[in-house]
Design a protein around this ligand. Structure first.
Ligand code: PMP
Ligand code: GLN
Length: 385
């Protein structure tokens, strides 16, 4: 249908998210899809049975704006057990339509036109568009290649009176790097005495390998009081399509968060909230996730050893970065497309997470897949090299 309206695009240069682009291309080409991050295996039937049961029991009307009390309680209990602080069930936890909405809402609640928000490159692709939608300006700090550690001296130089927010993400997508307790101490020192809000994207909080501990901002007394911490059940319970997550934070920050949340989402799917609340009662389900994915990581890395890719360290998340320098001269985006079309394995080029397009010839593989899927992918890679 033609429209007579002349559209003055708010985002003239914006394309479609790389995850959609690569998954579509994978489907078109019949490629093994190790690009977009989602499991290709099922969650436990107990979770689905619970949703069904709650639907039949009539729990199908609006949940309270902050989320159903059963789920808020389960979240507060989990956070207290793992990280220490006990957030108030009424005023310090909100159930969201996934982490993406939580991040967008937090940015909309705190960032005003002209405010600056510090993000770390490679940066997860939803942060900067959200900042720009509300008239804020993203300011880029670099995670140092190839270990992707933050440079806190650089961050110190980026902070000024316009800095409203700093967004951190650990375990980090796409690099699989982690912030340490020492990193959090450095961050705390930098924001001490300022009004900077920290937005902490911890959607992979339960996927940390090799005995390392997840350094949650909830567990850092000085940072927790100025932070909104985001998580997602999509990652934890293998249900990315349900789009349910949550935020925790001090009541005064949460009150601002909810002012936006109530008018762009209000509340999320009620029977799923009840099912998740029930499912959370068995802590082994989230505590077992690290070992589950570590086995997949190790299996995938072992398979990949037969290819000429250079694997970078993977300390958390379900993503493995690999360098193809020496295998191809293509820029990473062209390489990812070529790999999808010609070799039949879809991956994500990492340069798309860099504002200046910096390209280290690194691509991201998602190993949240069945063994047979990972083996089929690597078999194709081995045929090509
Ligand atoms: N942040 C990061 C770092 C992610 O990797 C993802 C999803 N892969 C999200 C946020 C969004 O999570 P959700 O699907 O719950 O919106
Ligand atoms: N976060 C997922 C990834 O990194 C994708 C989510 C999405 O498609 N928006 O692959």
């Amino acid at each position: 249908m033609e429209t007579p309206i002349r559209i003055d695009s708010r985002f003239p240069a914006m394309g479609t998210t790389i995850f959609t682009v690569m998954s579509r291309l994978a489907t078109e080409c019949g490629a093994v899809n190790l690009s977009q991050g989602f499991p290709d295996f099922q969650a436990e039937p107990a979770l689905f049975d619970a949703v069904h049961r709650h639907m039949l029991a009539g729990r199908n009307q609006y949940a309270p704006m902050g989320g159903l009390p059963e789920l808020r309680q389960a979240i507060v209990d989990k956070v207290a057990t793992l990280y220490g602080p006990r957030f108030d069930v009424e005023s310090e936890v909100t159930v969201t339509a996934g982490a993406t909405q939580a991040i967008f809402t937090a940015i909309a609640a705190f960032v005003r036109p002209g405010d600056e928000v510090i993000v770390f490159e490679p940066v997860y692709d939803s942060y900067v568009p959200a900042i720009e939608t509300v008239g804020g300006q993203a300011v880029f700090a670099q995670l140092r290649f190839p270990d992707y550690a933050p440079d806190w001296d650089q961050v110190r130089g980026l902070i000024n009176e316009r800095t409203r927010m700093i967004i951190v993400n650990s375990p980090h997508n796409p690099t699989g790097s982690l912030l340490t307790a020492a990193d959090l101490d450095r961050l705390a020192g930098l924001v001490r005495g300022t009004d900077i809000v920290i937005l902490s994207d911890e959607v992979y909080e339960h996927i940390v390998f090799d005995g390392e501990r997840h350094a949650s901002l909830c567990a850092h007394a000085e940072l927790a009081v100025r932070s909104i911490v985001v998580s997602s059940f999509g990652k934890t319970y293998h249900i990315t399509g349900w789009k349910i997550g949550y935020v925790v934070g001090p009541a005064a920050l949460m009150a601002e968060f909810r002012k936006v949340h109530q008018f762009n989402v209000f509340t999320v799917h009620a029977p799923s909230q009840l099912a998740i609340a029930e499912y959370m009662q068995d802590a082994s389900r989230h505590l077992g996730l690290a070992a589950f994915y570590q086995a997949k990581r190790d299996h995938f890395r072992q398979l990949m050893a037969a290819t000429p890719f250079t694997l970078l360290p993977c300390r958390g998340t379900y993503f493995q970065l690999a360098r193809y320098a020496g295998m191809s001269d293509l820029p990473d985006r062209a390489f990812a497309e070529w790999l999808t079309r010609e070799v039949g394995v879809a991956v994500i080029p990492v340069s798309v997470f860099n504002a200046d397009g910096r390209d280290d010839q690194v691509v991201r593989f998602c190993f949240a897949k069945r063994e047979a899927t990972l083996e089929a992918a690597v078999e194709r890679l081995c045929k090509a090299w």
